[in-house]
Design a protein around this ligand. Structure first.
Ligand SMILES: C[S@@+](CC[C@H](N)C(=O)[O-])C[C@H]1O[C@@H](n2cnc3c(N)ncnc32)[C@H](O)[C@@H]1O
Length: 270
């Protein structure tokens, strides 16, 4: 067990964050995670590419927010800060950008704290997206994000861990209600739409981690933006969301298995 990790980690069960870290080429994972990752990879060889595609979508979305003047980010389900993390992208453009990371996984949180020690414009919170009020209260306590100003709320690859029974639409409504006009919401979310059977089978394996995935339709994902204005090109397969260059888009963008979208809170007139 590496130094500084919390003692409550259950090493007999794989963790979604560490499986993800393994796919991204990170070092913050254990044998149990690598075994599940390899099993998933043998069923769907392009899954590692899918995860990288998710990070790439997040990077492009964060840059669009930075261009719009956003300088504070609440990244929920942030994972292990492996490659191309939000604060690196944001502070690379605006050194004064502030980022609060939130994750349910104690390993992700411990590594985040270790990696971010000394970066005073970042904070880390150990919390569950199913408790949005707590996340908002703890974020306010940290004092990094000014809720009276626009912010970017990032929910990349995390809302699909919330089953319908935990009322994800209410969680999203709570988060949106806390944001000032001009704020942005970024979501990427796994889908069953346009997917081959082997992808659906692999997603089912996620039931072995602490957090099972609920695949959702484009209409359901779009619904999470509520009445905010969804930016062009809408909620689309992730590689199609404002690619850096048309040549970056895979011939089959649907094979990455997830939709991505960004919306802005435009204050209603009057
Ligand atoms: C697929 S990773 C995405 C990481 C990062 N957002 C990205 O896009 O690169 C999903 C992360 O969500 C976290 N997670 C899952 N369920 C969660 C919940 N209920 N509350 C907070 N985080 C959660 C997992 O621990 C994992 O780190």
């Amino acid at each position: 067990m590496p130094d500084g990790l919390p003692t409550e980690i259950d090493l007999t069960r794989p963790s979604a964050a560490r499986v993800y870290d393994y796919f991204l080429g990170g070092a913050h994972n254990f044998e149990i995670d690598r075994q599940l990752a390899e099993q998933i990879a043998s069923m769907t060889p392009n899954l590692a590419a899918t995860m990288r595609s998710g990070r790439e979508f997040l990077r492009r979305a964060v840059r669009v927010l930075l261009d719009a003047g956003i300088d504070q980010f609440l990244d929920i389900g942030s994972g292990i800060p492996t490659v191309g993390n939000v604060h690196e992208v944001a502070q690379g453009v605006n050194p004064k950008a502030r980022v609060v990371y939130v994750d349910i996984d104690p390993v992700a949180v411990a590594h985040s704290r270790e990696l971010l020690a000394g970066n005073e414009l970042t904070g880390v919170i150990h919390a569950d997206l199913r408790e949005p009020e707590r996340i908002l209260a703890e974020t306010q306590q940290l004092g990094l994000i000014d809720f009276s100003r626009p912010m970017g709320i990032l929910l990349a690859g995390v809302v699909h861990f919330i089953p319908d029974g935990d009322r994800p639409e209410e969680i999203l409504a709570t988060l949106r209600a806390a944001a000032a006009p001009g704020s942005f919401l970024v979501i990427s979310h796994s889908t069953f739409e346009d997917q081959p059977q082997e992808m659906l089978d692999a997603q089912r394996l996620s039931a072995r981690t602490d957090t099972e995935i609920t695949l959702r339709s484009r209409a359901q994902v779009t619904g999470f933006f509520g009445d905010w204005t969804v930016l062009e090109p809408g909620v689309v397969h992730m590689p199609l969301w404002r690619p850096d260059s048309p040549s970056d888009v895979d011939e089959h963008p649907e094979r990455f298995g997830a939709f991505g979208g960004v919306a802005r809170y435009d204050q209603p007139a009057g």
